[in-house]
Design a protein around this ligand. Structure first.
Ligand code: FAD
Length: 468
């Protein structure tokens, strides 16, 4: 019997790192040394005699913003699941981050509001507040401290093959064109990875690219924070509004982060671009829950940084007739979602789990890594269902698109569940387990859960609230 996506997802979520293994690979090479690449390198360190990370930017452990990750000054929330998985690969990660100033918001300090109403207690988890460069630098410090992992500054430009398998990586360094012999390659070159074009040019099948319009406008601002983290009633907050959006703001977030700062975010869709100057940002925050006002009243540390993402993307690596052996892709190179859902880094951590499971099972390395891509597809499908599902529903509603009855019912059921998260802690917990990537989204299709959500919404409507 084929294993259900819920069960595969649960297994990956709970998988432990390999117990001591004998290296089956000599040199493994990771292209791209950002979050996904570093986590893949951590896994490969258990299976290869040496792991070389090729990264085109100059990178260090100081936590600086850099060109290769243009989104890194935007608010990045590490989902509780992602933190747990990083902790599993790099024990002590959370405590080290806290020791260096990152803020672990307790469940009581974590606020989520839908349409101005706070989520019912029971669904919150501890959340690590830190900037994206800080998180990446801490990962890098830990992974490069492993005795068999090193990094090379260079731009990967292509692959070489032997007997249908990748055998070397071409890259350009300040010494010129170089070739690194390798017996396993991980593409972690992010959303703009050229891997698909490379292999297609070399006579292999090109992974299918799927795009879904998201038209999302980010603006992040950094403010000084005077109160110590432990004194804050709210240390991280997420608020989501249905249309009509207040001041064009569909989503807002604020996190207490390292260096006694607040990192705050306003998000608009389409033509809505809230908070493009510090004054505008502060004006919008005045209309949001009190913690936004408090954060934005701190001294502004830098200009507001904006970012527009036009689409979510995924590449399909399963079912390809001809694909090189000893080659996989991870992280945003495979799927990059509407960032509002905060799934990117946690997906990357789960891709690392897929890689671990694949390599631990003594795979046939002379064939394409079908089993890896099959596992990874479960993770990508789950994250895609959450983010692309939400975007498709929004866009269909905006454009008055008639959807099939089955889709209409699924969306109605999800709205019932979301509406009930502010009324019922059990529903909030089930919903957060999915949005935090601890459980597969299919778990929300449970009829008992739906019945409970409908009952909660009806009771609230009878008591004078609005029907969902
Ligand atoms: C606006 C925005 C907000 C986001 N918010 C969140 C959030 O709240 N939570 C969350 O979990 N995720 C979020 N994400 C997603 C998150 O940024 C990514 O998922 C995360 O950075 C992991 O991506 P990655 O390592 O796969 O790729 P990237 O971080 O994009 O890194 C790719 C790396 O590859 C290198 N590279 C590229 N080409 C080459 C080459 N030819 N040779 C060598 N190196 C190369 C680059 O220099 C870079 O280091 C957000 C994304 C955006 C756009």
């Amino acid at each position: 019997m084929t294993e259900s996506p819920i069960s595969v997802f649960d297994r990956l979520v709970h998988a432990e790192p390999s117990p001591h293994t004998r290296p089956t690979l000599d040199t493994a090479c990771v292209l791209g040394g950002s979050v996904a690449g570093l986590l893949a390198a951590r896994v490969l360190a258990d299976h290869a005699r040496r792991v070389v990370v090729v990264e085109r930017d100059e990178v260090g452990t100081e936590g600086r913003s850099r060109a290769g990750v243009p989104q890194d000054r935007q608010v990045h929330s590490l989902l509780p699941a992602g933190r747990l998985w990083i902790e599993r690969w790099l024990p002590g990660f959370t405590q080290e981050a806290q020791d260096l100033g990152a803020v672990l918001a307790t469940p009581e300090q974590a606020q989520t509001c839908f349409d101005g109403r706070p989520q019912a207690p029971g669904g919150a988890h501890a959340l690590l507040g830190a900037s994206r460069p800080f998180l990446e630098s801490r990962l890098r410090a830990r992974v490069l401290a492993l005795p068999n992992v090193s990094t090379v500054r260079g731009r990967a430009t292509g692959l070489l093959y032997r007997d249908g398998a990748v055998s070397a990586v071409r890259h350009t360094t300040d010494r010129g064109e170089e070739v690194l012999e390798t017996d396993f390659v991980v593409d972690a070159m992010g959303r703009s990875s050229r891997l698909a074009d490379w292999i297609h040019g070399d006579g292999y099948d090109k992974p299918r690219l799927e795009r879904l319009h998201s038209g999302i406008n980010y603006a992040s601002a950094l403010f000084e924070r005077s109160a110590p983290a432990e004194d804050l009633p709210v240390a991280c907050s997420l608020v989501v509004y249905p249309p009509p959006y207040p001041s064009g703001t569909a989503v807002a977030a604020v996190n207490a982060i390292e260096d006694n700062k607040w990192l705050a975010l306003l998000v608009g869709f389409g033509e809505d671009r809230p908070g493009r100057s510090v004054e505008d940002f502060r004006a919008v925050c005045e209309e949001l829950p009190p913690i936004y006002r408090e954060a934005a009243r701190g001294a502004s540390v830098r200009e507001v940084v904006t970012y527009r993402q036009s689409d979510s993307r995924r590449r399909g690596f399963t079912g390809l007739g001809r694909f090189p052996a000893r080659l996989v892709s991870v992280g945003d190179a495979v799927a990059s979602f509407n960032p509002v859902y905060g799934q990117g880094m946690s997906s990357a951590a789960l891709h690392a789990s897929c890689l671990s499971e694949f390599l631990r099972d003594d795979p046939r390395l002379d064939q394409q890594a079908t089993e890896f891509f099959r596992l990874q597809e479960v993770v990508v499908d789950a994250a895609w269902a959450v983010s692309a599902g939400g975007d498709a529903a929004r866009l269909d509603a905006e454009n008055g698109v008639e959807v099939p009855e089955e889709v209409r019912q699924q969306r109605w059921a999800l709205q019932q569940v979301i509406g009930a998260t502010v009324l019922d802690g059990t529903i909030a917990k089930a919903f957060n387990n999915v949005s935090f990537m601890l459980r597969h989204p299919f778990t929300l299709a449970d009829p008992v859960l739906l019945e409970r959500a409908v009952a909660a919404n009806q009771a609230a409507a009878l008591a004078g609230g609005e029907a969902v």
